[in-house]
Ligand binder design. Structure first.
Ligand code: SF4
Ligand code: SF4
Length: 101
């Protein structure tokens, strides 16, 4: 079996979108939200609900809310991918020091 057909077999066995097992319990050392120095904030008036942010967030911490994206800040790393991908500029990265929580 050649490399190409072996790779195809691997791809065929992958579940849709590719998933891998994650810890069932939240370990404090895995709370990636502690790393961030800025957080995404959405202006819902500018949001067209295209869900580009939801698709591109590398940590999958965005959920599709009724009025736009909702962020699970406990695991958001503040990478700003969502803000950079948003076509309408609805997401602004705000310094963490501006928040009390
Ligand atoms: S800043 Fe990064 S981790 Fe946080 S919601 Fe945006 S894309 Fe996801
Ligand atoms: S990418 Fe921007 S416009 Fe699209 S859903 Fe996210 S916040 Fe809204």
């Amino acid at each position: 079996m050649g490399l190409r057909s072996e790779l195809l077999k691997v791809f065929e066995e992958l579940p849709f979108a590719g998933t891998y097992p994650s810890p069932q319990k939240c370990n404090e050392s895995q709370v990636t939200g502690n790393w961030k120095v800025q957080r995404p904030v959405v202006e819902t008036e500018k949001c067209t609900q295209c869900w580009q942010c939801w698709i591109f967030c590398p940590d999958a911490i965005i959920t599709r809310g009724e009025n736009g994206p909702e962020f699970f800040y406990r695991f958001c790393k503040g990478c700003a991918v969502c803000a950079n991908e948003c076509p309408t500029g609805a997401i602004t990265m705000v310094p963490e020091l501006e928040f009390e929580d």
